[in-house]
Design a binder for this molecule. Sequence first.
Ligand code: AMP
Ligand code: MG
Length: 317
Amino acid sequence: MISDNLQKAIEILNENELIAIPTETVYGLAANIYSETAVSKIFETKNRPLFNPLIVHIHNINQLEELTSYIPDKARLLASTFWPGGLTLVLKKNSKVPDLITAGKDSVAIRIPNHPVTLALLKQLSFPLAAPSANPFGCISPTKAIHVEEYFGDKLQMVLDGGDCKNGIESTIIGFEGDDPILYRLGAIAVEDIESVIGLVKIKNKEEHTPDAPGMLSKHYAPATTTILEKNIEQSIKSFQGKKIGLLLFSQKINSQHVIHQEILSINNNLEEAATNLYSALHNLDKLHLDIIIAERFPDIGLGKSINDRLERATKK
Ligand code: AMP
Ligand code: MG
């Protein structure tokens, strides 16, 4: 049920049950990090493999001390610059953090989300919330309450309504090897913005290189419809003539009678706006019973990198 009843949301979470919560990145499936029962339900509901650790959501930077055993200076700097916001920090955990949250790893992923409803919720709870994206494992992430409702229906007592997600793409994840920052996932905060604060960051976001970030599967965020990623859209349309084609484009429509539906992510040519609209456009296309979705490759700068990353994983066979 989609609802904006904050008190009811608190009640459900205190009873070791799940709710979906709004964040500025995507909707999350949230539970008390200290309740094994509740956290197990996240994995069951999402059908998420247990090797894939969860992000812990807090509301105050001081809570870092409660969950971690070591905080590099660059992590503090990133937290004070980008929180609340779309940046997750992976830090050495302390013994209070349950193994189920971290998939047995000695590190824990943490962020302060920038959403007034979820910040108000977190402030009234006596525990942080573990919250992966509120979609079945591998599917398109939800950026509207209705996306979550369509995925889980009665399996969830409540989708706490916070409107559409403003950033619309998952958080950027930064961990550390010693004191050196490593980027595990491209996301809502552009790499260039991170590097302007802490200098060059090593990127290790491909599955084969990331035993340290076990959830970074090469296939992910995928529509049910076959989806491909192309530089030359017109050429690609020609090769699928006679098929029901849908397009996912950056800023400009394509003139073609062979195409059934086109989603334009930003008529203003703005990469932030494109990221905001990405998943919603994929949800729309996926409902049209198309034979093929052809997605355009984005410019490889700023959030264009994060969008390309998601499209590459969405189109992986
Ligand atoms: P999601 O909650 O669906 O956005 O996925 C969270 C992702 O965060 C996981 O798939 C991992 O890639 C990453 N992550 C979470 N915890 C850790 C950790 N302790 N170490 C490295 N990566 C992590
Ligand atoms: Mg996810």
